[in-house]
Design a protein around this ligand. Structure first.
Ligand SMILES: Nc1ncnc2c1ncn2[C@@H]1O[C@H](COP(=O)(O)OP(=O)(O)OP(=O)(O)O)[C@@H](O)[C@H]1O
Length: 903
């Protein structure tokens, strides 16, 4: 067996020989050159013959006239003799060599007559392509066609083909193109050759026999007015192929195919039918660029009547009349003819067979299961996260989150399948990367519970092992989004510090340096993230700043954001921070998505249902990949994967934060062993409750502010019940004061619950409230004073002869009580009422407060100069403790019902 290089060398030698033989034949007068110097006329005659070629000269009238000159006759004789000699040699050696050469390099459908292969499916896996493809026959001009040879051109991997038709007659050219394409399609396994057709003059396009291929996506007929789109598609494809080959550690596509033992990227052959005129400057340049760089990426052009620069690898066949042509491969003086056309019916049947095979090969429409790898949890996230997100004509389309594409922006109108896409992505990632490699933080600002299923529920106890935190119904709790960003920012700082310690800059290097430490990649998905920016307030400002920080620094530390939104155009704060947008180099557009791709990239407008544009190039057109995303949200898809992973992978349950759910005091971790009065659930990434510190020091009282009765009662009940657990009976005592009749039952329920635990509890519902309590106590004494302002009259009344009113005594209790172990939890209906109670200079006596339906502007005066950015909303409170807080915490009051009923 000859080596590839040797074969190629031999082929080239043979071709060179052919060219030289033909050259000799045509310019046979060269030998007589010197003699012609002596005989000017002879020379001119000889030149004239040379110019028009011997074959034509025989028929030329002028030459015939000159031949009557006896001085020229010998020249003619000599030329003819020399030509015959050299042709004798060519016929003896050259012709056979060329026939042999073509036969050797055009195996099977590449060279055989169509009757022998058309309709049979190709089986070549496409690691390499035949070197030549037959397009017709050729013979030397003055010879009979019997002494001709098959004409074949290089194409795949090597060159492009240009065909120029004779004016007004494209039959032969069309036939060459059709046969050539069928040869390509029939050589390789269906699917390895993809055709693009563009015809300046026709919408339906030429080559009707090949049209069955369109149904399998093997042939795309392009709009005659949209050549730009086709050129952009080809250019983008070339870039993508190079990038993929490099990413896979191969330098070229050819290497990648050789390594894989099969064609890893189909060949793309674009057939462009022009009208003989040059394209406009921009298109012409782009076409030439594609011609230069295409072959290495498997992109080839067949250009009909379309001028292109000669600097690309290109063979040309030019028809001079309906049947005859010359070709660049043979040089002048050789007549080229197309092979007889293939039978139209056989051709279209063959195309249909290829289409059908392709459809079968692709199998059923791809479903969720096809997104998953064969073995679960085997991938390393050291370099990147990579998963299949959907399919393009059966080919998987991947999504990559890594150093080059650190963050993703997903956009699409409501109902376009965004949530489904996120599920497809989460499923694909969770199936590939174990919890040691990947951690997920999922936040949904939409109304609804789309990610709740990832946490244990009553019906389904499973959870997604990689999920660490799931936030649902957070649409009004923007603080939760902020808390997540703060958490990510802290995690970034922790990673940056470790990287600094190890003197490395990237996550991959940090993982190498600290193999014993778990440094997973973190993916934070925020659905409808624009909700974070929905107010003109501190939350928006802080969220924008944090998001920018995480986006910038997350890139190298393996912290990835996936931000999804219905319409990113409306996010004002976002545009003020272009860095976030710029860092999201992965763009995913659902059908009709706006702004997520580059401005001139309109691919999302024409997407069919359940398809997306995946673009790893910041939305620039050439990066477009269109994928059909399988259903990942119906029963039996993602949920089934989750249950399987849950059974097979050891993990702890993720935290669920559900903004629509009032947490129960009884099941709260902090309530099991409270450190002090538990006030409410803090809206934070960590599951923690707000607990008031109650050391024996001035100011350690709590004010509950607002008219939201249910919430105020909940805060007071939670405080009292948790204190009842924090202290053993005898260590403390409780006082409940309430002068408002309607609250009485509620107060009694709390008092009863404490009593049942064995505590000393006293209640006052009458004028005795004004008597107050001792300001010191050996143990702890907790005074719960409900609706202080409802007792105003009682407090302000001064008995005749008494030095102090009840109010004076209450002020004194607030001032001196805490240092003497007596702490008051009072409820006022507003800030002004509290101020009235405290009087001048009493502000510091209540060091902490929980405000309900009170505007932030009213609270500033109680917050030690802090600006309190708070707009009241149902079942939310803001908590500030002067001694510990730099900024207030937002709380959800606990539901104390079951804790009250506890026996
Ligand atoms: N690829 C798909 N194949 C089949 N059904 C799908 C697909 N994608 C989405 N669906 C279905 O379409 C409906 C809407 O999808 P989805 O909830 O993902 O849209 P969305 O863009 O998130 O909408 P919204 O923002 O209003 O929630 C769902 O019932 C879902 O099951």
């Amino acid at each position: 067996m000859l080596g590839r290089r040797e074969r190629r060398q031999r082929a080239e030698n043979a071709l060179a020989r052919l060219r030289s033989v033909l050259g000799l034949a045509l310019g046979a007068a060269v030998g007589g050159h010197e003699q012609a110097l002596l005989h000017k006329r002879q020379l001119e005659f000889e030149r004239a013959v040379q110019r028009i070629g011997l074959a034509k000269a025989t028929r030329d009238r002028e030459i015939a006239e000159q031949l009557t000159d006896p001085a020229l006759a010998p020249v003619w004789e000599r030329i003819t003799r020399e030509r015959d000699d050299s042709y004798a040699e060519w016929r003896r050696d050259g012709l056979g060599a060329v026939r042999e050469l073509v036969a050797a390099h055009t195996p099977g459908p590449a060279g055989q007559p169509w009757q022998e292969w058309l309709g049979t499916l190709g089986t070549d896996p496409g690691v390499r392509s035949p070197r030549l493809w037959r397009i017709g026959t050729a013979h030397v001009e003055h010879e009979s066609p019997e002494h001709g040879f098959p004409l074949a051109v290089p194409l795949l991997e090597h060159a492009h083909l240009r065909l120029n038709s004779a004016r007004g007659n494209r039959t032969a050219v069309d036939s060459i193109v059709e046969t050539l394409l069928l040869r390509l399609l029939s050589t390789f396994t269906p699917g390895l050759v993809r055709l693009h057709l563009w015809d300046i003059g026709h919408l339906t396009g030429p080559l009707p026999n090949l049209h069955p291929l369109t149904a399998a996506g093997l042939l795309v007929v392009h709009d005659p007015t949209r050549l730009d789109d086709l050129l952009a598609l080809l250019a983008g494809h070339i870039r993508k192929v190079h990038a993929n080959a490099l990413r896979a550690g191969r330098t070229t596509l050819k290497d990648a195919c050789a390594a894989a033992g099969r064609r890893v990227e189909p060949w793309r052959v674009a057939v462009l039918f022009g009208n003989g005129e040059r394209l406009d400057e921009e298109q012409y340049r782009e076409l030439n660029r594609i011609a230069r760089t295409g072959p290495d990426a498997g992109v080839h052009l067949v250009l009909v009547d379309m001028p292109v620069s000669a600097s690309s690898p290109l063979e040309t066949v030019t028809f001079t009349d309906a049947e005859q042509a010359s070709s660049s491969i043979t040089g002048p003086g050789v007549v080229v003819r197309a092979d007889p056309p293939v039978s139209a019916s056989v051709a279209s049947r063959a195309a249909a067979a290829i289409r059908d095979d392709m459809v079968v090969r692709r199998g059923r429409p791809r479903s969720f299961i096809d997104l998953l790898p064969r073995v679960l949890g085997q991938e390393s996230s050291r370099e990147e996260l990579r998963t299949v997100i959907g399919f393009d004509e059966g080919d998987p389309i991947e999504l990559v989150l890594g150093d080059a594409t650190p963050h993703a922006l997903v956009a699409g109108p409501s109902g376009s399948g965004k949530t489904n896409l996120l599920y497809a992505m989460l499923g694909g990632l969770a199936a590939r990367y174990s919890p040691r490699e990947l951690e997920l933080y999922l936040l949904d600002f939409k109304e609804g519970v789309s990610f709740a299923g990832l946490t244990p529920g009553t019906k389904d106890p499973s959870w997604l092992p990689q999920a660490r935190l799931v936030g649902v119904n957070v649409n009004t709790d923007r603080e939760f989004g902020l808390a997540l960003l703060r958490y990510l920012s802290q995690e970034l700082a922790r990673r940056a510090e470790a990287a600094k310690r190890q003197e490395v800059t990237k996550l991959a290097e940090l993982r190498d340096a600290e193999p014993e430490v778990s440094w997973p990649r973190v993916v934070a998905v925020i659905d409808e993230f624009q909700a974070l920016f929905s107010g003109r307030d501190q939350i928006t400002q802080q969220a924008a700043a944090l998001l920018e920080d995480v986006a910038r620094r997350g890139r190298s530390q393996g912290i990835h954001l996936v931000l999804a939104s219905q319409d990113i155009a409306g996010i004002e704060a976002f545009w003020g921070k272009p860095a976030v947008y710029d860092q999201c180099t992965l763009r995913i557009a659902m059908p009709k998505a706006k702004r997520v791709l580059a401005q001139d990239n309109l691919a999302a407008n024409t997407l069919p249902r359940w398809h997306v544009v995946v673009n790893h190039d910041s939305g620039i057109s050439h990066g477009n990949e269109v994928a059909h995303v399988p259903d990942a949200s119906s029963r039996g898809t993602f949920d089934e994967l989750q249950r399987r992973l849950w059974r097979e992978v050891e993990s702890s349950a993720p935290r669920l934060f559900d903004g629509a759910h009032q947490p129960s005091l009884l099941t709260t971790a902090e309530f099991a062993t409270p450190r002090g009065p538990v006030l409410g659930q803090i809206i934070d990434v960590a599951d923690r409750a707000a607990v008031l510190r109650l050391e024996a020091a001035p100011g350690r009282n709590l004010a509950v502010l607002g008219t939201a009765t249910e919430d105020a009662l909940a805060v007071l009940a939670s405080s009292a019940l948790s204190l009842g657990r924090a202290y053993a009976p005898g260590e403390c005592e409780f006082e409940f004061w309430c002068h408002v009749e309607s609250l009485r039952d509620n107060v009694l329920a709390v008092a009863d619950a404490l009593h049942r635990r064995g505590h000393t509890v006293r209640t006052r519902f009458d004028a005795s409230i004004a008597d107050m309590a001792e300001e010191t106590c050996p143990g702890k004494r907790f005074v719960f004073f409900y609706a202080v302002d409802g007792a105003t009259q009682l407090l302000e009344r001064k008995e005749v002869g008494a030095v102090q009113s009840g109010l004076d005594k209450f002020r004194s209790l607030l001032k001196h009580g805490p240092a003497g172990n007596v702490h008051t939890f009072g409820w006022w209906r507003g800030v002004a009422r509290l101020k009235d109670t405290l009087g001048f200079g009493g502000n510091d006596d209540v060091g902490a407060w929980v405000a309900l339906d009170v505007q932030g502007s009213e609270l500033n005066q109680l917050a030690a100069g802090q600006l309190v950015d708070w707009s009241p909303r149902p079942h939310r409170a803001v908590f500030f403790d002067r001694t510990t807080h730099s900024r207030p915490d937002v709380l959800i009051p606990f539901d104390p019902t079951s804790a009250l009923e506890e026996r």
